[in-house]
Design a protein around this ligand. Sequence first.
Ligand code: C5P
Length: 396
Amino acid sequence: MLQGKHILLIIGGGIAAFKSLDLIRRLRERGATVTPVLTRAGEQFVTPLSVSALAGRKLYRDLFDLGDEAEMGHIQLSRVADLVVVAPATADLMAKMANGHADDLASTLLMATDTPVLIAPAMNVRMWDHAATQRNLVTLKGDGIAVVGPNDGDMACGEFGPGRMSEPMEIVAAIEARLTDGPLSGKRILVTSGPTHEPIDPVRYIANRSSGAQGAAIGRALAALGAEVIFVSGPADAAAPDGVEVIRVETAQQMLEAVEAALPVDAAIFAAAVADWRVASASDRKLKKSKDGLPMLEFAENPDILRMVSQMKHGRPGLIVGFAAETDDVIDNATAKRLRKGCDWIVANDVSPATGIMGGPENAVILITDDGADVWPRMTKDAVARRLAQRIADAL
Ligand code: C5P
């Protein structure tokens, strides 16, 4: 239910705007108040009268409307809602948002707002696939904008593929997920995820097989319980969770800097597979084959981020969870690691190749806490993440 919730709905100029009329009805049926904003292009697809009649409220259209400014200035308008929803979010609106334009009412509201934003993209499949749109999407996700859709399917323009706006009920579900309070509402949680890449020279690096799947699932599960998640990710295969702040890094040193910049947090989950060593002096030119023999690489130790944060004297997160990927004596090694690093919990798992865990969809973990070892049955990484998120919610 959305009783008492207020949504500022920005309707962009796409054929999918007709679905936004139904979206207004569905939101109001659930008790939400909807303040509509229609862009100039949006007016080509739905009429101002139908939008304001369905919303049962005044429709806003112009940035420099003297009447509107006297009643409610655009800055105030951008802050009235619990959530700003952009549906349809056209390629143009996404580009404006990603680049900070503020040249009409919709883009100005999106720049001025301090409330969370959810976008439902809708556009032609080629426009969606275009490198510029995909770049903008990454930027917007990194800015903490939540995204629902688009879906695959037949398009009004006769083509087929991703670009169809999500159905009104899918958008309602995404809105409810963001507005329903959870046990972690108001908590700020840092998650590190993925491998790190340590350069040898401009084209070569040392890496590991971490896919980032478990870390991404943990970020999603924490966000689903209402946490504000700061997701620091190395170059991972798995997609970062939607609607969380994503900070991308490559090396362990960069990961440490991103973690330090994210503090203070209520909890920190270190799921990243950080490289223990880097090449002491990476070459700024590509190493060449030479008659003089093989290149010799000298290694230097990387900062142990988990250990450094766990041993902070001031501003230590209230709960710190480390991971231990082991291939033998899992419980003993992980128990010793918890004490050595100084973290509160360790999520330990057996990553011997025979388990298929590294890069696979499942995980079998043992949670090591002050109370000892709790062996969880093998389950999907999503299920591990949900169970861990619930334990974190119980502990905070
Ligand atoms: O020592 P080991 O690499 O096995 O420890 C694994 C745990 O420590 C994981 O939680 C990992 O994210 C964290 N770690 C770290 N910085 C490092 C190495 C590991 O934060 N340089």
